[in-house]
Design a protein around this ligand. Structure first.
Ligand code: 5GP
Length: 120
């Protein structure tokens, strides 16, 4: 999928719209989801222009990929949900149900979560 520079997370990265930031480094930004589905619901995004997990794993550098996944664990520990456990999800493309076309991993925690995939 071609990257859309006007997607909402690109605007957050540019500072055009605000976010509730919880973590940032050279490669990664993490912020709270505007419509949380669990007591802790954080989105981790790469700063590079990657539309989804397919695009990222095809084009990103080893450094970007390592920094991204490392940030997911760092954020979970920082938010105090790692000991009790949590779920990470990345919806990819149409069948994955992705709404915002900039790669993001959802971190969900703070309560016992239900089934991973709802019945269709
Ligand atoms: P997707 O369905 O693409 O995997 O998830 C997109 C997520 O982005 C949704 O959970 C939605 O609540 C969140 N979201 C959409 N717009 C905004 C926004 O402007 N700010 C924040 N913080 N989250 C957003």
């Amino acid at each position: 999928m071609a990257y859309d520079p006007d997607n909402i997370f690109a605007k957050i990265l540019r500072g055009d719209i605000p976010c509730d930031k919880v973590y940032e480094n050279d490669h990664v930004l993490a912020f709270r989801d505007i419509n949380p589905q669990a007591p802790t619901h954080i989105l981790v995004i790469p700063k590079g222009a990657y539309s989804d997990a397919d695009d990222f794993t095809a084009r990103a550098s080893q450094e970007e990929i390592a920094a991204f996944f490392k940030a997911v664990g760092d954020v979970a520990r920082q938010e105090g949900i790692a000991d009790q456990g949590y779920r990470i999800i990345s919806n990819c493309g149409h069948n994955g149900g992705q709404e915002v076309p900039h790669l993001h991993i959802h971190i969900l925690g703070g309560r016992r979560l239900g089934r991973m995939v709802a019945a269709a």
